[in-house]
Design a protein around this ligand. Structure first.
Ligand code: KG4
Ligand code: ZN
Length: 350
């Protein structure tokens, strides 16, 4: 059993997370606080989020340590998300972790949030007792803030094959949901509504479909939804939009997003094949990966390309600190530092 203890913090958006992992990647404790105050404001307000992280962190860290039955002095390494994300929150979380590391004379590891997401499926497989997906694999990250297709060649070896040129996938879901009067964040509600609708009811655009590369674009789709809603838009907002009409729009929107994602992934697979990259797996992460309809379509895409499909359970798919601690461990292992005395480690900052 490993005596290494990593305490990780995540604070790049509206989730404040703290997790403690041992050197084998076993989660000793994890805590997550999702800030509720943003819903009423229709989106994450960066300043409010940063202040909330600051207020939540001391209690959350203390609780996570208590849950693990550990004291602060038992921590060997501190890790935190240092970007990308909302800068206020990133500064709060990473400075908090650095402060603890400095006070205790322990190393601090700066972790890239996207790296956390794309390695999370390996953590999930490890926790489930399965063999983690082997490199190289393709990772599709779809959250409220990011949409990226990443070729994961190994730990620290990533190639971004494509990203969104306008809205993130989750953002598109949220904006469409807002127009349909579903509140914020509306992705989950839109998925539920879409189940009652006809995905072929409206011929919405499929931005970039068939184009080279694997970039994404969702803003045209959002505009098309706005146009469909025009007949119901009065001076005070939506006027009595019938449920069936709303469901058809939701289903058509979701279908269009799925078509785009699958098309873009087909391009990514083709690009990898052309470069003789022997992909083993398609992994998905980010809040949008919770969508059952999209998940099924992406799993189908993986099957057609003869690779394994991995989607972590929701709590490690969306923002969380365990994936940050896991990424820190992966980096340590990749450097051959896995079980070595932590005194030999210096500050790892990238
Ligand atoms: O990864 P995440 O929890 O947070 C970050 O943005 O980092 O992703 C949240 C996003 C939101 O835009 C939310 O609407 C979307 O994921 N989402 C969904 C579903 N569940 C969450 N979108 C579509 N269908 C869902 N079931
Ligand atoms: Zn994220």
């Amino acid at each position: 059993p490993s005596t290494l203890r990593v305490l990780a913090i995540e604070s790049s958006c509206d989730d404040t997370g703290c997790a403690i992992l041992d050197g084998n990647g076993t989660i000793l404790a994890e805590g997550l606080h999702t800030q509720q105050s943003h819903a009423a404001l229709g989106g994450v307000v960066p300043e409010i989020a940063a202040r909330a992280h600051l207020a939540i962190l001391p209690g959350l860290v203390a609780q996570t340590l208590a849950d693990a039955g550990l004291g602060l002095r038992d921590v060997s390494i501190f890790a935190a998300t240092t970007g990308p994300g909302l800068i206020g929150g990133v500064v709060v979380g990473s400075t908090y972790a650095k402060g603890m590391a400095l006070a205790l004379g322990k190393p601090f590891m700066a972790i890239n949030h996207i790296e956390g997401h794309v390695l999370a499926p390996r953590l999930a497989a490890h926790l489930a007792g399965d063999t983690p997906p082997a490199f190289p694999y393709l990772a599709l990250l779809m959250s409220g803030g990011h949409s990226q297709c990443v070729l994961v060649m190994g730990v620290g070896r990533y190639k971004v094959l494509g990203g969104t040129i306008d809205d993130a996938a989750g953002e598109a879901f949220d904006k469409a949901a807002k127009m349909l009067g579903l509140g914020w964040p509306g992705g989950p509600a839109l998925e539920v509504l879409a189940r009652q609708g006809d995905p072929r009811a409206h011929a919405l655009p499929r931005p970039l479909l068939g184009r080279a590369g694997c970039d994404f674009s969702f803003s045209g789709l959002k505009t098309a939804v706005a146009r469909l809603l025009e007949p119901w838009n009065g001076p005070d907002g939506l006027q009595a939009l019938p449920q069936a009409a709303a469901a058809d729009i939701a289903a058509s929107f979701q279908q269009a997003v799925g078509d785009c994602l699958v098309d873009r992934l087909n391009h990514a697979f083709a690009q990898c094949a052309a470069n003789n990259i022997p992909l083993t797996t398609l992994v998905v992460a980010g809040g949008v990966a919770a969508n059952q309809n999209l998940r099924a379509r992406l799993a189908g895409c993986a099957e057609r390309h003869h690779v394994r499909f991995e989607a972590p359970p929701l709590r490690h798919c969306t923002d969380n600190a365990a994936m940050i601690g896991w990424a820190a461990l992966e980096r340590l292992r990749a450097r051959g530092w896995g079980q070595r005395a932590t005194a030999a480690l210096t500050v790892v900052d990238e």
